[in-house]
Design a protein around this ligand. Structure first.
Ligand SMILES: Cc1cc2nc3c(=O)[nH]c(=O)nc-3n(C[C@H](O)[C@H](O)[C@H](O)COP(=O)(O)O)c2cc1C
Length: 410
């Protein structure tokens, strides 16, 4: 094993948190929280990832409040789930891994039937792309008081997460969710201090970062996920991402995860590979939504062929400009790629689909000279988000790897 690859498998620190290697499970909303309650399946899922050697697993999409959920079956941070979260976290810790929670808010898009507000709130009045088929056609613009309230909500959620035992938090600044809607000129049409220039559009995300930091203290890891580009005309692009990253770095973030795309306008940039249009139509239960997806699908779900390390070149531009940790995500699936990422100066690697395909990836890769993941980027896993069993690899299922023979050892 050469020095770069060795670095990948050796212990590392993230703002004082010791991690046994540099692999972090990427946030992948697991769909194992019926009614918003963490199920035993969710605990099993993360425990399995932990037993496969990953240093830190991430609970995908932990909404910071009930109305921040995209649907009623998503987690939101509140006292009622403290016991289940504690049990999950202890179970992961028992396997030697750490747990991060991805702090999310849907902003102006939601199909949550339990929404307490009349409409979801975003930076500006507009169409609620996700809820349209459920009779929730519009979103409203947040007032200054709503913005202040949202900042407090992030602070309270972060304090709760630290008190429950999470080892780190990841703020979602990307994929077209609430904070990203403020950052993007496509969705933010405000005329006040929170709209217009990038400085103004970053005001809320930076206030949120400061509030989360205030809640958890200086020695607790706070990382953030951004979109390198939204991939839509009039939206954020690669140059904006460099500026945004520099502002987050200056704002005291411990690590930046460089993803891309938006969930409702251009999701395929995020994944590459097999188009999710048809699998999502197949999985959709709402007939109206099925029809809408059928019609608008081809313009929404563009084809982006899979390439290994598809965000590397743009992520490197950010690496050059920030001091904080750089956490690479997007098509890292071989030992050659892991080695390359270390050589290019990245600090950690997030893995999504490859860990769904093989939760034992870090252990396998450490023992296999020319390791290559068996994930074929078909993206069928994406359409299992609302499956009764939760997300899984449709080729390999979920629990096959523990007995698999490890061959080709170094
Ligand atoms: C089933 C599934 C669910 C996902 N859910 C989330 C999510 O909740 N939050 C998020 O930021 N990204 C989500 N993603 C995107 C991944 O975190 C990651 O950015 C993407 O899969 C690319 O990384 P990969 O090539 O290692 O899979 C999801 C991906 C998949 C496959």
């Amino acid at each position: 094993m050469n020095a770069h690859l060795e670095k990948c498998f050796a212990p590392a620190h993230l703002n004082g948190l010791e991690l046994r290697n540099r692999f972090i499970k990427a946030g992948t909303f697991e769909g194992m929280t019926p009614g918003g309650i963490p199920s035993p399946a969710l605990k099993e899922f993360h425990t399995r990832i932990a037993s496969g050697g990953t240093a830190m697993t991430t609970i995908g999409y932990c909404a910071v409040e009930a109305d921040g959920r995209l649907n009623e079956n998503m987690l939101y941070m509140h006292e009622g789930i403290r016991r289940q979260l504690r049990e999950l976290i202890s179970s992961v810790h028992a396997q030697g891994a750490k747990v991060s929670g991805q702090m999310g808010h849907g902003g102006g898009f939601s199909k949550n039937r339990e929404l307490q507000r009349k409409r979801p709130l975003g930076p500006s009045f507009g169409i609620n792309m996700l809820g349209a088929a459920n009779g929730m056609l519009f979103c409203d613009a947040m007032t200054q008081a709503d913005i202040d309230n949202l900042v407090r909500t992030y602070r309270d959620a972060a304090a709760f997460m630290k008190s429950v035992g999470f080892d780190a938090v990841e703020i979602h600044f990307g994929h077209g969710y609430g904070l990203c809607q403020f950052m993007s000129p496509k969705t933010n049409k405000r005329k006040d201090d929170y709209g217009g220039s990038l400085t103004n559009r970053m005001r809320l995300p930076l206030r949120v970062l400061a509030a989360v930091r205030d809640a958890v203290g200086d020695t607790f890891p706070v990382i953030g996920k951004i979109s390198l580009t939204e991939g839509v005309r009039g939206g954020l692009d690669y140059d904006d991402a460099v500026e945004i990253s520099m502002l987050l770095d200056k704002g005291g973030i411990d690590g930046i995860i460089t993803s891309g795309g938006t969930s409702t306008m251009n999701p395929m940039i995020m994944f590459r590979g097999g188009n999710i249009h048809k699998p999502l139509i197949r999985a959709e239960k709402n007939p109206l939504m099925k029809a809408i997806m059928y019609i608008v699908g081809p313009s929404l779900f563009k084809d982006y062929p899979y390439e290994e390390l598809y965000f590397l070149e743009q992520a490197k531009r950010i690496r050059e400009k920030v001091q904080c940790n750089m956490i690479y995500v997007g098509g890292a699936s071989t030992n050659a790629s892991f080695e390359r990422l270390m050589a290019e100066g990245f600090d950690f690697i997030q893995l999504g689909r490859t860990l769904l395909s093989d939760p034992f990836l870090p252990k396998q890769a450490a023992r296999t000279e020319h390791y290559e993941s068996r994930c074929i980027h078909c993206n069928e896993c994406v359409a299992t988000i609302e499956h009764p069993k939760g997300i899984h690899c449709t080729r390999f299922g979920v629990s096959h790897t523990s007995t698999e023979k490890i061959t080709n050892t170094i």
